[in-house]
Design a protein around this ligand. Structure first.
Ligand code: UD1
Length: 463
């Protein structure tokens, strides 16, 4: 088992290069399965989720050449070896369900995507994916028992373009629908679609591949059937979650970090909130420099939202930043109903956080009447104590690393694999900024098991 040992209280100083976006690269690999053409990607992040997706594509039949040092990856799938997604890929991230959209128009076979267990399905709904694909003409059935089963999807009669209105602008459902629509006859309109930068990156890729796709200002995406496919070269956009993570780490440790490759236009909502709290930044021609400028002030009201709002994945590191700001702030999580489980550990480290089931904010969200803890009040500044910490999911994982970087004590962090899945070379990058962080491999029994906290978002593993 690998653990991180961190002793904090040092300002982070220096220069790092942002990696390609996890939430784009994984989808681009799936999108490459739409045709038999060769797709070459640049700026490919060397992270666990890309590794998992590459292996999944190889199972399906892809030939992949990944030069990790050069950050380039070539993939082509001249024929499908199977349309069955092995069970072991289901549950580690949200990619397998997108296989349905990518493969429906390419095969007469059933596409089979096992599920990971009844309880988790309940917490990770894919109803919007299924309804949209069915509306395009797919036949999708769930076969099996509550705990073990699989989705069987096919479109023997072909797919036909239609108008699909999503009841919520889900990122995954929008991507799945776009993928299927590329091979559906005629025109598909997705109304109330998600328009996250990673979706726009997917659209740019698909346009090169041969699709005609338009994005309207009112969240409508219009996809014309692609009749011809082409080889593609594509540079993956920068990971805005990684950029935001290092930005708050720099400011909260009273440091100064230049993040090369950070893209200003994808960070607007984040930068507004950073400035409101007193964090400094300079947008340069090739990236953004983040720095501590003055004592941080709270009094913030922050609502997570779909793009172009403040992204839900920025919320956890930002909460750690707010532990260092003077006064009280309110955060209202409107994207996920149960994404504050990680705050239990922050409280044990010294943070002053109270959770609420009400919508503390300007608007009532979808969770207004559901009794979920989805608002919080945080007061600062509070010193943070070191601790033995078990990571429950990717973004909470970075928040815990930040909290450890703010504490003068030593912290030991387990479940490091979550971080590996989304943060390229975390230890290398933080060390280069002066952090006192080491990664050790510990034999079973050398470290006592860290109890799992109740209330931690177990389903958030795939975010
Ligand atoms: C993606 C991102 C994740 C980010 C999220 C929101 C990836 C791999 N992950 O996740 O980092 O936090 O977008 O920006 O790209 N929902 C339904 N029914 C559905 C689908 C979703 O009710 O069929 C709900 C979810 O439970 C959640 C909300 O919609 O409450 C947002 O989910 P969605 O936008 O689909 O997120 P993901 O694509 O899973």
């Amino acid at each position: 088992m690998d653990v991180l040992k961190i002793t904090g209280s040092k300002p982070l100083q220096g220069h790092i290069r942002a990696s390609g976006a996890k939430n784009a690269m994984t989808k681009l690999l799936v999108a490459s399965l739409l045709s038999d053409k060769k797709c070459t990607f640049y700026n490919v992040p060397n992270i666990g989720d890309v590794e998992i997706t590459v292996n999944l594509c190889k199972e399906i039949g892809s030939e992949v050449k990944w030069d990790k040092a050069a950050r380039t990856l070539e993939i082509s799938t001249s024929e499908l070896k199977t349309t069955y997604v092995p069970q072991r890929y289901c549950g580690s991230n949200r990619i397998p369900i997108l296989m349905i959209g990518a493969l429906l128009g390419r095969t007469d076979q059933d596409i089979i995507v096992p599920t990971i267990g009844g309880d988790l399905i309940g917490m990770r709904p894919i109803d919007l994916h299924i309804h949209a694909l069915q509306k395009l003409g797919a036949r999708i059935e769930y076969r099996g028992m509550k705990k073990e089963g699989a989705y069987f999807a096919q479109a023997h009669q072909g797919l036909s373009g239609t108008i699909i209105t999503l009841s919520y602008p889900s990122v995954g459902a929008t991507e799945n629908t776009i993928l299927a629509a590329v091979r559906a006859k005629g025109t598909t309109l997705i109304k109330n679609a998600a328009i996250e930068p990673e979706i726009i990156d997917l659209i740019l890729f698909l346009q090169k591949l041969g699709a005609n796709i338009m994005v309207d200002v009112d969240r409508t995406i219009c996809i014309e059937q692609a009749t011809q496919f082409h080889d593609v070269e594509h540079t993956v956009l920068t990971d805005r979650n990684e950029v935001a993570s290092y930005a708050v780490a720099a400011v909260s440790t009273k440091g100064r970090v230049f993040v090369e490759g950070a893209e200003h236009h994808n960070m607007i909502a984040f930068l507004n909130k950073l400035r409101e709290v007193g964090g400094g930044f300079h947008v340069r021609s090739n990236g953004i420099e983040f720095f501590y400028d003055q004592p941080l002030r709270a009094g913030l009201h922050l609502e997570t939202d779909v793009h172009p709002g403040f992204m839900t994945d920025w919320q956890q590191p930002f909460v750690v930043l707010l532990t260092q700001a003077q006064g009280a702030s309110v955060i209202h999580e409107t994207v996920y109903e149960n994404r504050f489980g990680y705050t239990h550990t922050l409280k044990e480290m010294g943070a002053d956080i109270e959770l609420f089931t009400q919508c503390l904010g300007g608007k009532a969200c979808r969770f207004a009447t559901n009794n979920h803890h989805h608002s919080l009040v945080i007061k600062g500044p509070t010193p943070l104590k070191g601790k033995e910490i078990s990571i429950p999911d990717l973004r909470a994982g970075f928040a815990y690393v930040m909290a450890a970087l703010l504490s003068p004590d030593e912290s030991t962090i387990t479940n490091v694999d979550f971080l590996d899945r989304g943060y390229e070379d975390l230890v290398g990058k933080l060390s280069s900024l002066g952090a006192n962080i080491t990664r050790l491999t510990i034999k079973k029994g050398e470290i006592p098991p860290i109890p799992t906290l109740t209330g931690v978002d177990s389903r958030a593993l795939a975010l």
